[in-house]
Design a binder for this molecule. Sequence first.
Ligand code: PMP
Length: 415
Amino acid sequence: MSDKIFETYLNSAGNECIMEKAKGLHKHLAEAPPVYFDGLGMVLQEAVKPITRVCKRDGSEQDMIMLGSNSFLGINTHPRIIEAVRKSYEKYGYGAGSPPLYSGQTQLHVELEERLAAFLGTEKALIFPSGYSGNLGVISGLCRENDIIICDSANHASIFDGAILSGAKLKCYLHQNTRHLEKILKSLPDTQSGRLIISDGVFSMEGSFAAVDEICELGKRYGAKVMIDDAHGFFAVGKNGSGTASTFSCMDKVDIHYGTFSKALGAIGGFCAGSAELIEYLKYYARSYFFSSALPASIVAGVLETIKLLEEEPEIIENLHKNMIFFKNSLDEIGFNTMGSKSAIVPILIGDTKILGLFQNDLFDAGIFSNIGTTPAVSGKTCRLRLNVMANHTRSQLQEVIDCLGKLGNKYGIL
Ligand code: PMP
């Protein structure tokens, strides 16, 4: 945003609420993505792979180049991981049948929490049944009515939902605008009891990074704790998948690390990591931990094995990085707006929901599986294709997609 527009924005009447997503959230939540009214109707016939067999709405089956999965590393069918999952089924059965504080916790859960804490350099970590429920539990467990939560306006829905559930006052700063964040922090009354800044690490709808270093600096200066949800960053960006904060060398400045197993690792589950005091508190106050059944040991076994595999074979993440760079740079060269992506999520700004639907359908017809981002995730005016690169896509598969996107970009006047 230019300085002039920013100043105008800050000086406008009631500027605090202009971007307060919370105010319009109920309307926002009630909106469905227009192009999805009939449902996509795509049914996978096998595990996600770079080329995946899909049954389409008309009943026909097609092998499609998969750019619609968050399973960025493409290893959820790796024989070593499947074997670990199989063994855990035999030992622990297929489900937990209890919350962790009853009888849902196995030795595998303990081991995974220790591994995660070591991976993130924190004292402790805690596993949740899903990324969504973990955010609800952590945020609503930590914050109360007199507290204030300050969110990037593009944060994931589960962060907003957790904030609303907490009853704390919610404010939004303009997406990625740390000057606006500072303006809000400066304006807070001293009496406000607790302040929590929350941001996605990698923004899920555009693949760009939050300025984690600046956010932590502001948190320190204005007495606010910082929580970074790096669902799309952990195991995908940074050296050895150490996440967005690590790319800014500020892992230790983040008070609450949050992530999921449902993206790069292609599994399910959320996790939170931080001080021992934080984690012990959350065990009793994060209601989606206390009152919800534990993640099945089979999933935990699979995640544990995946983390071991990634440590032993760093080239898996390196391949993802090579593919990300190749794909994004190629699209930039053609002239697409990839919205500052630096991760495995590479969007193409379309800006017109009707064209977006047609564009996506043409991609399907060409055998390319893509996702879209539109309401209620982002506004219709900034609707986009959302393409996810995987570590095991070949160059020729990616090139085929790039060529097809180029042709369709011209057809629809995007280029
Ligand atoms: N946080 C962020 C930043 C996300 O992008 C997502 C999923 N898109 C979630 C949390 C929720 O994770 P899950 O799908 O594992 O529930």
